[in-house]
Design a protein around this ligand. Structure first.
Ligand SMILES: [Zn+2]
Length: 257
């Protein structure tokens, strides 16, 4: 054998050995990677509904935004005795916050005092729209599982009364949440508290700013009519407010489960 040929044979063998080692090393890496991927898939599968799926869904499973309507310069609706919607909204909202926190929810309020929110919005618009825009921003920035705006109704018809829960017309989730709250109000407020089986809370589709402009499932609850004699008495009654708060909380829980 010529020296040159031997040299080439030797190189060929070395290369083959090298490739073999390379393939074995590569197989090990692929196996480790595969094991890691399988582990990850199993983790996602078993932890579904908790931590991992929350990271993917981008919603805070525990967070609820409560939005007490109006405030400060904006009293909302009112009656001849000086009762103002903004105060009832805040009273009910603070009670709702308490019962939700007791259940382990994290609660964010758009306001906790008698203030309006227009100064927290830098868009060029009317004071009214700026106030609404600030509420929208708070809701959207907190990624809540649901949000609830709390209001008091009024009507030219003094016979109009009862709890109305509004949802955005194209939102199936909003509708489900609204229906769940209505069912809970029927049981907890009308049947248990007022002993009245004829009254029913009503879920109604409506194109309200706070429902339309927000990215998250939410409803606007009107806790009663200030223009109706019976409702007027109820909405300022501490125990009724407490029952409404409890009913909204139960409705939310039912919807989430
Ligand atoms: Zn209102």
């Amino acid at each position: 054998m010529k020296k040159g040929l031997y040299y080439f044979k030797n190189v060929g063998e070395k290369m083959r050995k090298g490739i073999n080692i390379f393939v074995i090393k590569l197989n090990k890496k692929i196996l480790i990677l595969l094991a890691f991927i399988i582990l990850l898939i199993l983790m996602v599968y078993f932890l579904k509904g908790s931590m991992v799926s929350d990271i993917f869904s981008h919603k805070s499973p525990n967070k609820i935004v409560i939005d007490p309507g109006h405030g400060g310069i904006d009293g909302g609706t009112g009656d001849k005795d000086g009762l103002l919607e903004k105060d009832i909204n805040l009273d009910v909202s603070l009670k709702l916050k308490k019962v939700l926190e007791k259940e382990g929810f994290k609660v964010v309020m758009t306001r906790e005092k008698d203030v309006s929110l227009e100064e927290h919005s830098d868009i060029k618009a009317s004071r009214y729209i700026k106030d609404l825009n600030a509420r929208k921003t708070i809701i959207n920035e907190n990624d809540p599982i649901v949000f609830v705006s709390v209001h008091v109704n009024s009507s030219k018809k003094s016979t109009a009364r009862g709890v109305k829960v509004y949802y955005y017309p194209t939102s199936t989730e909003g509708k489900m949440l609204a229906q769940s709250i209505c069912q809970s109000v029927d049981i907890n407020v009308y049947q248990d508290f007022l002993k009245d089986n004829s009254m029913k809370a009503e879920a109604i589709p409506e194109d309200y700013f706070v429902l339309r402009e927000t990215k998250y499932t939410g409803v606007l609850v009107e806790v009663g009519f200030i223009t109706n004699i019976e409702d007027n008495k109820l909405i300022k009654n501490n125990r009724y407010q407490q029952k409404i708060a409890l009913a909204i909380k139960e409705g939310i829980k039912e919807y989430i489960e």
